[in-house]
Design a protein around this ligand. Sequence first.
Ligand code: SF4
Length: 129
Amino acid sequence: MKICEIFHAIQGEGINIGKPSIFIRFFGCNLACTWCDTPYSWQKDAADFETMDLNTIITKVESFPCSHIIFTGGEPTLFQDNIKTITDTLGENYTFELETNGSMPIKHDLWQTINISPKLANSGNHPYL
Ligand code: SF4
């Protein structure tokens, strides 16, 4: 799995704002917003990720004193089967939140919280161009 970063921080948006969380940021996005604040999570020239196996991801997650995980990107819904493998392995002691641009169908019933951030005409994405 191509992972940009896994880190422990405070959620800064949505209903869980202020909640200590573990962020897992996947590399790859289906959009290309002109004002994107994480170009390293999808742009070829700015790419910054490591290829991690499941065991490496689980070990990193379990190193933090936290049981709430936020999957972000990039666009994490491109990697829903990988995410399900992670959540199935972590099990019921964790809660899961998704940050998405809302352009892809949700495949699995994994989520306690979904934050949808639609990209409008000012994003520069097709079909707005
Ligand atoms: S959808 Fe999000 S990650 Fe993808 S280009 Fe737009 S702002 Fe960046």
